[in-house]
Design a protein around this ligand. Structure first.
Ligand SMILES: [Zn+2]
Length: 389
């Protein structure tokens, strides 16, 4: 039986930024045939499964715009990067299951360990392609950094701007969909690459039809990345009005990962790792969190498009926690409608995938039903009732 009729759900009406209850959706062979008011359904024709969706809200399949497929997260997330190849694959398989259960249809992998000369994420993306129930993947290959910024085994470290361009071309040759540039270090006040180097990188990667996205936890790196016009700043934990102005002028998006800092707050009591549990550690996390919330708020107010990710695996979260980021964006000052947009349509825009993060007639049947009203109660995003794929 190929057809499924979902009856009596609420839709998010984008024009009114409000829920519109009493709708039905017919899915036929993985596509949305129609979306209609419940009392004017069309005859599905032939056999179909009826799903009584009363009390749920339909949300477009989510886009986790910042993820690390091969890694499990947790308070020792950095150690897990060095796990053997078999473990990385096993973790990725588990993550695929977690993503589906949480209603995440697309994941953008922004950095994976290299094994046998190639980022593992690229082979995983290829092996999942077209497999029912698996997420759609776009992957950046591995991290590109300035030599010495990360310990051995974590990333490709380069000595200068020319090497950086060659390293990016190498990732693209191996099949990377985008390039991940690491813009933290060597210290908090200095960026690892200058504006001219990053501008050249952006141009060289654009000539190959791809984009550069920049990890930035510190203000110095964010300023260089925004000036050079990267596609997006990842994390953006330290932005200011000047950097936000540059982002608007140069069309740079923000990919928020605020929930990472909430998870670190929890580690203050669930671990005895002094980075989180000692008074200085707690203080550092608290002030980082405060600046990160401010950054998201001023970027949103200035009109910077915000996509959102968990940073699962490459940070401490797990693959089924994108709802947490919705809650964090609301805590930072976004309206729930805009927070949900960050994990759906804005993620699709970032990927350049017109179907990703949208629920519409004729489109793929990629939606989830959540129990409750996420526009007044963003925690409803955790209460996934069913996914349609
Ligand atoms: Zn990350």
């Amino acid at each position: 039986m190929q057809k499924t009729l979902y009856r009596d759900l609420a839709l998010v009406d984008a024009a009114r930024r409000a829920l519109s209850p009493g709708h039905s959706i017919l899915v036929d062979d993985g596509r949305i045939s129609w979306v209609r008011p419940r009392d004017s359904e069309e005859e599905p024709g032939g056999e179909f499964e009826l799903v009584d969706a009363g009390g749920t809200t339909a949300i477009a399949g989510m886009v986790d715009a910042h993820s690390h497929l091969t890694l499990p997260g947790g308070s020792h997330w950095l150690d897990r990067v060095l796990d053997d190849t078999e473990s990385l694959w096993r973790v990725a398989e588990h993550n695929a299951t977690l993503l589906r259960q949480a209603g995440v249809r697309w994941a953008r992998d922004v950095g994976a360990p290299v094994r046998e000369g190639r980022a593992v994420s690229l082979a995983i993306r290829d092996s999942w392609q077209g497999r029912p129930g698996y997420p759609h993947i776009r992957a950046a290959g591995t991290w590109l950094t300035s030599k010495g910024t990360m310990p051995d085994g974590y990333a490709v470290g380069v000595a200068d701007g020319d090497e950086l361009v060659r390293a990016a071309e190498g990732q693209l040759d191996q099949g990377a969909d985008l390039i991940k540039l690491y813009m933290d270090g060597p210290d908090r006040e200095t960026a690892p690459f200058n504006t001219s180097e990053v501008t050249k990188l952006v141009a060289a990667v654009a000539a190959r039809g791809a984009k550069v996205t920049a990890h930035s936890g510190n203000l110095a790196g964010a300023k260089v990345a925004a000036t050079a016009g990267v596609a997006a700043i990842e994390h953006g934990f330290q932005l200011d009005a000047e950097v936000v102005g540059l982002m608007v002028a140069n069309g740079v998006r923000l990919v928020s990962t605020l929930a990472v800092l909430e998870s670190w707050r929890g580690f203050a009591t669930t671990t005895d790792q002094s980075r989180f549990s000692a008074p200085e550690g707690r203080g550092a996390v608290a002030s980082r969190r405060e600046w990160a919330h401010y950054s998201v708020r001023i970027a949103h107010q200035a009109g910077v498009p915000i996509a959102a990710g968990t940073d699962f695996g490459g940070g401490s979260l797990r693959a089924n926690q994108l709802a947490w980021e919705v809650e964090c964006l609301v805590a930072a000052g976004l309206d729930p409608f805009d927070a949900i947009r960050a994990v759906t349509a804005n993620g699709g825009d970032l990927l350049g995938e017109p179907d990703a993060g949208h629920l519409r007639e004729g489109g793929p049947a990629d939606f989830l039903l959540v129990h409750g009203d996420p526009l007044t109660d963003p925690a409803a995003m955790w209460r996934v009732w069913r996914v349609s794929w």
